[in-house]
Design a protein around this ligand. Sequence first.
Ligand SMILES: [Zn+2]
Ligand SMILES: [Zn+2]
Length: 243
Amino acid sequence: MQKNLSLFRKCVDFLLPLRCVKCGAILEKQEGLCVSCWPQVPFIAKPYCSCCGRPFDFEIEESALCGVCMNHKPHYTTARSVFCYTEDSRDLILKFKHADNLYAAPLYGKWMSQILDNIKDPLCVPVPLHWMRLFKRTYNQAALLAHEIAHLKGWPYMPSILKRIKRTPSQGHLSQKDRLKNVRGAFSVATFEKPRLSGRTVLLVDDVFTTGATLDACAQTLLKAGAREVHAVTLGRVVKPMI
Ligand SMILES: [Zn+2]
Ligand SMILES: [Zn+2]
């Protein structure tokens, strides 16, 4: 039986070899990144802001907050991201967004679930797309990631609790202030969903943390609808220099 399984594995590896999620090179053993791509991805490690996860480039106590969170405490309790969104790492996310490497979802889900600690049995909720956008794009990349995390951790996956009720223009070139304005009132929780949310911890999942405005608006909506606390996790994180 063992022999058959390893033969089967060899056939699968031959037909569907493991590929580097960044450059597509065939990998020998482990899924993920090849040896040349690995050092190009700036994985985030401590120290970082205890709230929004912004990396610090100096040693500081674990409970420290960054200037942004000190000025305006977000509605989420913590936000964590796997790597900084840079010129070198952005293709990992763009290819995933444009369906070129959807096969990376389990790996990304694994990376994201590895950086979560002290979160007890949350509901996994993806940041939703407006239905018209979803119709055009056919899938929500945040939902794929939330589904993987829920599956790996054995947590409930709740893709329909949070809805995007307002079509918001692309946030690409907006400042943080304008982004906050842009997403105000954009999300809602239907009344019939509120009992499932009441008193629960939520893990909000998205692909990129840009200014945190979207995650903040989602967290505010979820708390107002009865959630006890909201944490967030993203794959990439834009780190703008502090002004
Ligand atoms: Zn590579
Ligand atoms: Zn912060």
